[in-house]
Design a protein around this ligand. Sequence first.
Ligand SMILES: *Cc1c(COP(=O)(O)O)cnc(C)c1O
Length: 396
Amino acid sequence: MSFQNPVFIPGPTNIPESLRKACDMPTIDHRSPLFGQILHPAREGVRKVLKSESAEVFIFPSTGTGGWETALTNTLSAGDKILAARNGMFSHRWIDMCQRHGLDVKVVETPWGEGLPADRYEEILTADTNHDIKAVLATHNETATGVKSDIAAVRRALDSAGHPALLFVDGVSSIASMDFRMDEWGVDVAVTGSQKGFMLTAGLAIVGFSAKAMATTKTAKLPRTFFDVHDMAKGYAANAYPYTPAVGLLNGLNEACAILLNEGLDNVFARHTRIAEGVRAAVGAWGLELCAANPSVFSDTVSAIKTPEGFNATDIVTHAAEKYGVAFGVGLGEVAGKVFRIGHLGSLTDVMALSGIATAEMCMVDLGLDIKLGSGVAAAQDFYRGNTATAQKDAA
Ligand SMILES: *Cc1c(COP(=O)(O)O)cnc(C)c1O
């Protein structure tokens, strides 16, 4: 691996220099008002990135997976019914966590490559006239397959069914890179981590709780200690944590939010759409297809690219690392060996993306795939030339 090249894994993502510096700080007393000056603006910044007026933001020394556990253990009790669809490795792992916590999950099996079936959710919720289902899980962006789902449609499914279940959204690979609207979509718990859209190292679980989710915490009986949001809220009121916070990362998070809000969330999302469109243009020029079933579910943060039958897609990832010092993502679970993934989230420009496309292309040619050197790069160049950030600004 080279420390010079950007990474093209779908998290952890590339860390801007200013964020590395923000994380590198001397020890401070984490029970002092000075810590409050880092903690509270970071929580406020996250709330804005979530597009919420009133969410309670909690930040744990953990990762996205800890954010899932925070959502479940603070709001549910053993035996509670949960509705979830399985359409990739991450939705699968969240379901597995529910089951290990003794929750009763109604799983809607969904082909990998397709989005969450909001219509099936609506049928199931409508049939649940006793309102036994306490929460609906939705993975906004399936990082394993490069599939985004329509969270507004899941909210409509709940509303059409007149169902009061909580809506939990895994936004680990979407939040801060793709449009996410906590309030507008009526999301009750939004979950992410520090190492994807927020462009930091792994180490923070970041969650937003709606007022409704907070109310549910009072009756929820699943055991929780480390991830108890009430202990955390008590700590925050005294500029502290119930334990030792990751101060440097929180300082980095504060700075990351400033960077994102300064660029403008809509500009951040437009940049990710543009970069992703360039990658997709390259995939088309290679004569390959995405795992994502159709354009309505194409992810703007990760592309899972199918390789021809009989070819081991993981070889591309191994070869890229060994020969060119560049990291791509391997296929996971059901699509292991069938796809390789180009991560294009976080701190990335068109020009950086071109280097990843060029590298993927060299690897595929090296490994004997019938692809013309330069074909994907040229398709992406064509796209970026006509759609640069400046060109878009001029058009606006
Ligand atoms: C990365 C990821 C996770 C897991 O997050 P960790 O920070 O590795 O615990 C969960 N869900 C999705 C969609 C992800 O992309």
